[in-house]
Design a binder for this molecule. Structure first.
Ligand code: MG
Length: 395
C-alpha cells in the first residue's frame, strides 16, 4: 500500500459555553481533519489540534506531505522516523499535531487493512470503556453550580475546573458552588495552568482542600521541577503534571525528579498514538498513573485516544474531554462530541475496523464553512487578555 495524497480540512465547531482560562477564552474548537488516501482505495483518518494555530499546523502538514506521499502507511515507525529525523520535525511543539494526525491516519489504515479495531493492535482491550472528566467551563458561581448538577445527572464521576484567577476568593467561590451542585461524591480536579508561585500554591491548595479535591493540575511552572516536587511535598492532594510533561523526555524528567503523583500525556504534543502508549509505559515503570490530556479534540482524535487508553492499564483517572462543551462534531454516531453520547462519563471502545469512526460529510462541510467564515473568532486568544500582559507567578 502507498500513500497517494494528504487532505487537510480545518473545521470550527461551537461550544455550548465559552472555555475560559487565565489568559483568554474561546467560543468553540478548531481542528484539522486529515485524510490520507492510498493507492488501494483505503483512506485513513487523522485529526490535528489547531495548536498553536490552524495555519501553523496546516503549514507543517503541507511541509510534511512530500515526506509521506509514496510511503507504505503500514510501516508506521519508519514513517514517523522519516518525519522526525529526516524532516527534522522531532519534538517541535508546533509541528507535532500534524505528525500525530498523519500517524493516527496510518493506524486507521492498518486496522482497516487487517479488519480489526486499532485497540487489538495495541495490546487488546484492558477495559471496554474509557472515562472522561466533565469540563466545567462556566464562569459565575450560579452557572458553575448548575453545571455541576448537570455533570452529576449525566453520571460523570470527575469534574474539571480552571483555577488560578487573580483573586483566590473567586476560585474558592466557584469551587464551593461546584461542590454544592455536583454533590459529595464527585471528584473535583482543579487546574491552575502554572499560575501560582510555590508559596501561593501551597496556600491556595490548603484553602481548597476543604471542598475535597481529586487532583491539582500544574499548580506552578512546569519548567521548574524541583519547585513542583517541593509543592507536592507540602500539599495533601495528589499533583498532576501537564505543562511539565508534554513529551516523553519531559515525562521522564518529571518522574526522575519525583515532581508529580500523576502525569498527563497527549498524542497531539508528542507525535501520535504509539508515543502516547510509550508515555504510559514510562509512567508504569515508575508506578505512576497517566492521564490523557487534550487541547480540544473532535471525534476522530477522541476515538483514536480511546483505543490507546482502553489497551493500557495505568490510565486509571478520568481523561480530559470536551463532551460537556461541544454542541456537535464532524463524525457520525456515538463518537460525536456532545455529552449525550457519553454514558456515565464514558465512551465505549469502537468495535469496527481501524479507528471505527465515520465522517458525517454534511457536518464536515458545514463546519469547514464556519471556519472559513469565522475561524479567527474561534482562536484561544482573548483580545482583552492579550492587552494585559499576565505576570506570573501570582503572589
Ligand atoms: Mg492542564
Amino acid at each position: 500500500m502507498r500513500i497517494t495524497r494528504v487532505r487537510a480540512t480545518p473545521v470550527a465547531v461551537p461550544y455550548r459555553t465559552d472555555e475560559t482560562w487565565a489568559f483568554g477564552r474561546r467560543r468553540g474548537l478548531v481542528a484539522l481533519l486529515v485524510e490520507v488516501d492510498t493507492d488501494e482505495g483505503l483512506t485513513g483518518l487523522g485529526e490535528a489540534a489547531a495548536y498553536p494555530s490552524a495555519d501553523a499546523v496546516l503549514g507543517a502538514l503541507r511541509a510534511m506531505e512530500p515526506l509521506v506521499v509514496g510511503s507504505d502507511p503500514l510501516r508506521i515507525e519508519q514513517l514517523v522516523q522519516r518525519i522526525d529525523v529526516v524532516g527534522t520535525y522531532h519534538h517541535t511543539g508546533c509541528s507535532s499535531p500534524a505528525a500525530a494526525a498523519l500517524e493516527t491516519a496510518c493506524w486507521d489504515l492498518l486496522g482497516k487493512s487487517c479488519g480489526t479495531p486499532v485497540v487489538n493492535l495495541l495490546g487488546g482491550r484492558f477495559r471496554d470503556r474509557v472515562e472522561f472528566f466533565h469540563y466545567v467551563a462556566a464562569a459565575g458561581p450560579d452557572e458553575v453550580r448548575a453545571e455541576g448538577a448537570r455533570a452529576a445527572r449525566a453520571g460523570a464521576r470527575t469534574c474539571y475546573l480552571k483555577v488560578g484567577s487573580d483573586d483566590l476568593d473567586t476560585d474558592l467561590e466557584r469551587l464551593a458552588a461546584l461542590r454544592e451542585g455536583a454533590g459529595r461524591k464527585m471528584g473535583i480536579r482543579v487546574d491552575a495552568n502554572e499560575a501560582w508561585s510555590a508559596g501561593a500554591a501551597v496556600q491556595a491548595v490548603a484553602a481548597m482542600e476543604e471542598f475535597g479535591l481529586e487532583l491539582v493540575e500544574q499548580p506552578v511552572s512546569g519548567r521548574n521541577l524541583p519547585e513542583m516536587a517541593y509543592v507536592r511535598s507540602r500539599i495533601g492532594t495528589p499533583l498532576l503534571a501537564n505543562e511539565a510533561s508534554w513529551t516523553r523526555s519531559d515525562q521522564f524528567a518529571v518522574l526522575r525528579e519525583g515532581a508529580a503523583d500523576v502525569v498527563s500525556a497527549d498524542q497531539q504534543m508528542d507525535g501520535g498514538l504509539l508515543n502516547l502508549k510509550r508515555s504510559a509505559g514510562l509512567c508504569a515503570a515508575a508506578g505512576v498513573p497517566v492521564v490523557k490530556h487534550s487541547l480540544g479534540e473532535l471525534g476522530v482524535a477522541v476515538a483514536a485516544a480511546v483505543h490507546v487508553i482502553a489497551s493500557t492499564p495505568n490510565f486509571r483517572c478520568a481523561n480530559q474531554g470536551y463532551g460537556a462543551l461541544l454542541t456537535d462534531d464532524i463524525v457520525e454516531g456515538r463518537f460525536a462530541g456532545p455529552l449525550e453520547n457519553y454514558t456515565d462519563g464514558c465512551l465505549e471502545v469502537p468495535p469496527e475496523p481501524g479507528l471505527g469512526v465515520r465522517l458525517d460529510a454534511e457536518k464536515v462541510g458545514r463546519y469547514a464553512e464556519l471556519y472559513r467564515e469565522e475561524g479567527a473568532g474561534f482562536a484561544f486568544h482573548d483580545p482583552a487578555a492579550l492587552s494585559r500582559a499576565p505576570a506570573l507567578p501570582k503572589r
